[in-house]
Design a protein around this ligand. Structure first.
Ligand code: DAH
Length: 340
C-alpha cells in the first residue's frame, strides 16, 4: 500500500499543469469524488488495524500534496489571464483628438495681448448689473431709448430692478469707483441684448471696453492708441479713420473704421465697396461720467472705447454668421488656430 502511495506521489509530481484543461483533468483524476486518492481512502478498510493510522497519514499527506499542486497551478493560470497580460504594449496608441481654442477666445487673447504691451491691465465686472452702472453713471438720460424693454433684458431681484448688462462700459464705472487715476484698463466680457437671433444679431455677444484716465489725456492720445491697436491686429499697413458720432458717456465721440483688410481698400462686398470697415466706438470720457464716479474732471481727463469681439473675429476669420459662434459645431470650431 505504501509503495502504491509513493508511486502515485511520483506520478503527481511529474504532471505538467500548463493550461486550464490539464488543471481540470488533474483535479478530476486525483482529487475528484471518484478520483484515485478517494479510492485509496476506501482501500484503508483492507489494511490491518495496527497499520491504519500510519497509512491513513500517508494518504492524507498525498491528498494535501495534490491539492496544493492543483491550487498553485490554478492561481497562476488566473493571474496570467488577467487583462494586462493580453495587451500588446508595442501597439501604437489610438489617436487622441486635440481640441482647438474658440475663435472668440483667440481674438480676445490677442486684443488683451496688444493692449497689455502698452500698459493696460484687464478688469472685469458682473454680467447682472444695476441701472446705475449700466446706464445712469454713464450719462444715459432717463428717457434714452437704450433703456427700452426692447434692448435690455431686465431681471427682478427683490426690491431692486437689475438687468443683464448691455455693454461692458459698465465695467469702466466700476473701475473708476474703486481706483484712482492714472487708470489704464481694458474689460473683456459677455453682454446681452433683447434681439431676435439671426446671422447679424444675437441676444448675447462679447465686447472689450477700454479706459484711459490721467492728467492731460487728449484726443490725439486716443487716435494714436487706436492706430497702434489697428496695426498690431490687422497689419502694419492698416489705416484708421474717425467719424463723428454720439454716445451719452463720451464727448466728443467717434466711430472708428479700419482700411478693409479683405480687399486692401479696393472695394468688396464686406466693406460694401467703401474700402473701410467699422470696428469700434470711442470718445473722450464725458466730465459728467468722471464726476459721477468720484473723479475730479478739472484735474483729470480720459478716453474710452468699446469694440465687439465677434465683429473683429468676423473680419479676421471671414465668419459672417454670428450664430456659428455659439452652436458648438466641432467642424466649425476646429478650424481656428492662434498662438495664444
Ligand atoms: N458701449 C458702446 C456700445 O455698446 C461702445 C462704446 C462706444 C464704448 C464708445 C465706449 C465708447 O467706451 O467710448 O455700443
Amino acid at each position: 500500500m505504501k509503495d502504491k502511495i509513493e508511486t502515485l506521489k511520483n506520478e503527481i509530481n511529474q504532471v505538467n499543469l500548463t493550461d486550464a484543461l490539464s488543471v481540470e483533468s488533474f483535479r478530476i483524476k486525483y482529487l475528484g469524488s471518484k478520483g484515485l486518492i478517494k479510492s485509496l481512502f476506501s482501500e484503508l478498510k483492507n489494511i490491518p488495524n495496527e497499520e491504519k493510522r500510519e497509512v491513513g497519514k500517508f494518504i492524507n499527506d498525498l491528498r494535501d500534496f495534490a491539492q496544493n499542486k492543483w491550487k498553485e497551478a490554478k492561481e497562476k493560470l488566473e493571474e496570467n489571464s488577467g487583462s494586462h497580460h493580453n495587451i500588446d504594449l508595442s501597439r501604437p496608441e489610438d489617436a487622441i483628438e486635440i481640441g482647438a481654442r474658440h475663435p472668440l477666445s483667440i481674438v480676445r487673447s490677442e486684443i488683451i495681448d496688444i493692449f497689455s504691451r502698452i500698459g493696460f491691465t484687464v478688469s472685469e465686472g458682473p454680467e447682472i448689473e444695476d441701472d446705475w452702472h449700466n446706464f445712469s453713471a454713464l450719462n444715459f438720460p432717463p428717457e434714452h431709448p437704450a433703456r427700452d424693454m426692447q434692448d435690455t433684458f431686465f431681471i427682478e431681484k427683490g426690491e431692486k430692478e437689475m438687468a443683464l448688462r448691455t455693454h461692458t462700459s459698465s465695467v469702466q464705472v466700476r473701475v473708476m469707483e474703486h481706483s484712482k487715476p492714472p487708470i489704464r484698463t481694458i474689460s473683456p466680457g459677455r453682454v446681452y441684448r433683447n434681439e431676435a437671433i439671426s446671422a447679424r444679431a444675437h441676444c448675447f455677444f462679447h465686447q472689450v471696453e477700454g479706459l484711459y484716465i490721467d492728467k492731460d489725456v487728449s484726443f490725439a492720445d486716443l487716435k494714436q492708441t487706436l492706430l497702434y491697436f489697428a496695426k498690431e491686429l490687422f497689419g502694419e499697413k492698416t489705416k484708421i479713420r474717425l467719424r463723428p458720432s454720439y454716445f451719452p458717456f463720451t464727448e466728443p465721440s467717434a466711430e472708428v473704421d479700419v482700411s478693409c483688410t479683405i480687399c486692401n481698400s479696393k472695394g468688396c462686398n464686406v466693406c460694401k465697396y467703401t474700402g473701410w470697415l467699422e470696428i469700434l466706438g470711442c470718445g473722450m470720457v464725458d466730465p459728467n461720467v468722471l464726476e459721477s464716479s468720484g473723479i475730479d474732471s478739472k484735474t483729470y481727463s480720459g478716453f474710452a472705447f468699446g469694440m465687439g469681439i465677434e465683429r473683429i473675429a468676423q473680419l479676421k476669420y471671414k465668419v459672417n454668421d454670428l450664430r456659428l459662434y455659439s452652436e458648438n459645431d466641432v467642424r466649425f470650431l476646429k478650424q481656428f488656430t492662434g498662438g495664444f
